[in-house]
Ligand binder design. Structure first.
Ligand code: TUI
Length: 315
């Protein structure tokens, strides 16, 4: 059973599902599992140095011959090194986050890589189309991690109307109802992050996964607006501390420093109290840790069912 879109042809994948390039979480193991299950697995470079990411790329290549991606977080101090590594390794698909990949797009494409930047607005989507990128990922504020202001529901159709390249929706999608919804908005696929954290193949700490399983609808909150880099995390001692500092008007630099290194504490060391537990608003609907293949097969089955049921209702 399958749901085919243009994206499947462009990326040579079976299902129109891209895995979010989550820093620390999206390792070679997770990316390989998603690609093997017919989606596009993506390694998250985050703030890691190039030698660490080279190992992850080699790991994916040893586990699957299928296409995979690398997400380059453009605010990383190692972003330039990661860009050179991606070119050297001819990574099949490059996604970018937290900035404008601008002058690098052509260099990636020259070695055969597809380039798909994450954009939080229509203006940036248009600029990316003029650079001849292969598609855009439109991320709504429902997402985990570094977020923009607009919702997936409002932003996706506006970008679909503004550009002629495929649009991949991100933020707020965790199951087949969500994928069916964004296909109805005109997207060619979905990027899914938080749902894949709660997979057997994900190497994040058990504590991190449990925090998502235990989360309720209002637990994924945004902090750090004063720094210019708002981040969605599960509510805990860290987010409460940051909230207090923002309310009393603390120096944004001090707030930014408080968050530095905290994602690793949560993902790797399992410190879900003082660490940064980045996760999307869908956390409240995730109830079980499953194999990646089960997650993807269920999403596709439910997408078809959602579309078909809605048709019979209006016939
Ligand atoms: O990048 C993400 N999500 C992330 S990055 C990250 S690591 C981090 N930690 C603390 C502070 C900042 C980052 C955790 N989660 N998603 C993709 C995304 N990109 N969301 C929003 C954007 C974005 C924002 C501005 C993309 C482009 C952009 O362009 C501004 C410009 O340069 O025009």
């Amino acid at each position: 059973m399958s749901v085919k879109t243009d994206l499947c042809d462009i990326l040579e994948i079976e299902h129109p599902i891209i895995q979010g390039g989550m820093a620390w979480v999206a390792t070679g193991e997770l990316a390989a599992a998603v690609s093997r299950a017919g989606g596009l697995g993506v390694i998250g470079a985050g703030n890691a140095p190039a030698d660490v990411i080279e190992t992850e790329i080699d790991k994916v290549k040893s586990l699957t011959d299928r296409p995979f991606g690398l997400n380059i977080m453009l605010l990383s101090p190692f972003a330039d090194d990661i860009i050179e590594l991606a070119i050297k390794k001819k990574v099949p698909v490059i996604t970018t986050g937290a900035g404008n990949p601008g002058k690098h797009v052509k260099r990636f494409q020259e070695v055969g890589s597809k380039v798909i930047p994450v954009v939080p607005s229509v203006a940036l989507a248009r600029r990316m189309e003029r650079l001849d990128v292969d598609a855009v990922i439109v991320e709504g504020t429902e997402a985990g991690g570094h977020v923009g202001e607009l919702t997936t529901m409002a932003l996706v159709p506006q970008v679909v109307d503004a550009v002629d390249i495929p649009v991949i929706a991100a933020g707020g999608i965790a199951d087949g109802r969500g994928l069916a919804a964004v296909l109805a908005l005109g997207a060619a696929g979905a990027q899914i992050g938080t749902r894949f954290v709660c997979s057997k193949e994900c190497t994040a700490s058990e504590e991190y996964k449990e925090a998502i399983l235990n989360a309720r609808d209002r637990d994924a909150v945004v902090t750090g607006r004063s720094t210019g880099h708002p981040v969605r995390n599960l509510k805990n001692a860290l987010t409460k501390k940051i909230d207090k500092m923002e309310k009393k008007g603390s120096d944004p630099k001090e707030i930014e420093e408080l968050g530095t290194g905290k994602l690793r504490d949560a993902v790797v060391d399992g410190d879900i109290k003082e660490g940064s537990v980045m996760a999307g608003q869908v956390s409240g609907m995730i109830a079980e840790i499953k194999y990646v293949k089960e997650i993807i097969d269920e999403i596709i089955k439910e997408t078809k069912k959602s579309i078909e049921e809605n048709y019979t209702m209006i016939e």
